[in-house]
Design a protein around this ligand. Structure first.
Ligand code: FAD
Ligand code: SF4
Length: 510
């Protein structure tokens, strides 16, 4: 072989131009390594999903007669790092050129840049050709503008890529249909059941266990239901457009104790591993909407496109604009340790019990559970953003730093001081009750602020805003909050702050 091409675990894009032609002088390498399995405690389903999808991808390449070297975790020749493993192959095959695709993670980007420099042979880096926008496109777009609003970038993406437009105007007459998309799941409404695959990941599971990799969460390795191949990813996309898209927007923010995915796509793993491209997902949704001849509302479609063409591209752009400083941001200087029950779900707060419980069970929670339940509590309780990131980066099947940290530290914890959001996402029990049935079966009383059975969110909400008054009171979107707080009697305020103190002191027992 003359050339060694490295394929990272989240670069499983069979449509990449690399594979258009078979070249016998090229050796492709994929590897399962401890540097990737050990940087956080990954959910066991996430670790198995990546290994299984990588193996399926390698098998696909071999069927296409590409030369592939797949290093398993327990291969005696595995040196457990990219540099050492590539070094061995370069030496063994007297390789003349090293090639890789742009990593999405800052850590790997820096490592591979440095590695290629000191190699002593030629090297070349390629775009992954996965995203709508390039790494620095967001930064360039906002360079001449004030602020970094997602909505501005999203509209630019719609225009640039000609998506959901009527001439120059937005299809349906509006850019944003969020107003129509905030409904709770009605009683007795049963969402379409999620499509679950029947994969066997026993071999990958055994490798992880035997190597002693520390993981979290549950799994049934013989019935592993996440997509691990391009065929399955396409099937899941088809399932989504046929059965979930028609009500996606309407119930996008709904939460329910009996349902773990409602009408959500569960396509994030397939997209983040690049088995599916965001472009084909967007196109499939538009095609389904067109062929439904008016049966799928534009609010459903726009709500979905906004997530992918808007939020997903935006978060990636912010990541490359703000890293590495972003990873250390802590605007509120929060330092409390993450309660142990985040790792077990053993809390009396029903919303957290369910959101954490299903995350451990399925390696998945939908956006509002992540943002307004687990994220909201961590923010109100003043948890150290490092702890919060560590949890989110491990527990979800789709957790890769570029999209995890921007959502967690940025959007959810406001540790970036307002880059990804114009105000902190905080809410008391009122909001949680409005969007879910969690409060109905909770030990705590959602309508109370004080007393032993008062919902902890209620006092912690006021405590948070009181504590961070200097940083937040001039935010026009929060003026109402401070007006309400100031209108309470001093006695009421004191009682609420006392209850919050108690909740924080006994946080492990909540
Ligand atoms: P759907 O709700 O069906 O949305 C469709 C797609 O839109 C998703 O697959 C995803 O690709 C994209 N999308 C939606 N919201 C966002 C968003 N805010 N940012 C980027 N893409 C978005 N997403 C990840 O992919 N990886 C993460 O590690 C991750 N961590 C998060 C942490 C927190 C605290 C929060 C609040 C959100 C996080 N998200 C993350 C964003 C979002 O919650 C998930 O993308 C979504 O829940 C995945 O499920 P789904 O495929 O069913 O999404
Ligand atoms: Fe969560 Fe409070 Fe509702 Fe219980 S009452 S489910 S703790 S918001």
């Amino acid at each position: 072989y003359k050339t060694l091409r490295l394929i990272l675990g989240d670069q499983l894009n069979l449509q990449h131009p690399w594979y258009a032609e078979r070249d016998p002088s090229i050796l492709y390498v994929l590897m399962e390594i401890r540097t990737e399995t050990d940087y956080v405690w990954h959910h066991i389903q996430k670790a198995c999903a990546f290994f299984a999808a990588m193996e399926a991808f390698a098998a696909n390449l071999q069927q296409l007669e590409h030369a592939v070297h797949y290093l398993k975790l327990d291969d005696p020749a595995n040196q457990q790092s990219i540099a050492a493993n590539c070094g061995n192959l370069i030496q063994q095959h007297q390789i003349k050129k090293f090639e890789y695709q742009l990593p999405d993670e800052y850590r790997l980007d820096e490592m591979l840049k440095a590695y290629s420099k000191q190699l002593g042979i030629a090297s070349q880096v390629y775009d992954t050709e996965h995203f709508f926008s390039s790494r620095d496109e967001l930064g360039l777009f906002f360079a001449s503008k004030k602020g970094l609003l997602m909505e501005t970038f999203y509209r630019e993406m719609r225009k640039k890529h000609g998506i959901l437009l009527n001439g120059k105007e937005p299809a349906g007459g509006k850019w944003n249909f969020d107003e129509e998309n905030r409904r709770k799941l009605p009683k007795n409404h049963k969402p379409y059941p999620p499509l679950l695959f029947n994969n066997n990941v026993r071999p990958q599971y055994n490798r992880l266990v035997q190597a002693g990799v520390k993981t979290i969460g549950n799994i049934n390795p013989e019935q592993f239901y996440w997509p691990i191949s391009r065929e399955q990813a396409l099937e899941l996309l088809q399932h989504f457009t046929a059965h979930c898209l028609p009500l996606f927007g309407t119930f996008q923010d709904a939460m329910h104790t009996d349902e773990w995915s409602i009408y959500h796509a569960r396509l994030s793993f397939a997209m983040n591993s690049k088995m599916l491209s965001p472009k084909e997902v967007v196109q499939a949704a538009i095609a389904a909407w067109q062929s439904a001849a008016g049966e799928i509302g534009i609010n459903q479609l726009e709500g979905f496109i906004r997530q992918i063409l808007g939020w997903r591209e935006y978060m990636r752009g912010i990541y490359w604009l703000k890293m590495p400083d972003f990873a250390n941001s802590n605007y509120f200087e929060h330092s409390r340790k993450l309660p142990d029950w985040y790792w077990t779900g053993k809390t009396k707060m029903n919303c957290l019990k369910h959101s954490i419980g299903q995350s451990l069970q399925h390696a998945y929670a939908h956006h509002i559970q992540r943002l307004m339940i687990t994220g909201n509590f961590a923010l109100l309780a003043g948890i150290d953003p490092d702890d919060v990131d560590f949890w989110y980066l491990g527990i979800y099947i789709d957790a890769i730093e570029w999209v995890e940290i921007t959502n967690t530290r940025g959007m959810s914890q406001f540790a970036d001081g307002g880059i990804t959001g114009s105000k902190p996402y905080t809410a008391s029990a009122n909001y949680i009750h409005k969007q879910s049935n969690y409060c109905e079966q909770c030990k705590y009383d959602r309508s109370k602020r004080i007393g032993d059975d008062a919902c902890p969110f209620n006092s912690l909400y006021w405590n948070f805003h009181d504590q961070h008054r200097a940083k937040l009171q001039h935010n026009p979107r929060l003026s109402m909050v401070y007006r309400l707080w100031d209108r309470m009697t001093a006695q009421d305020r004191e009682a609420i702050l006392l209850r919050a103190d108690y909740c924080l002191e006994y946080i492990e027992e909540l």
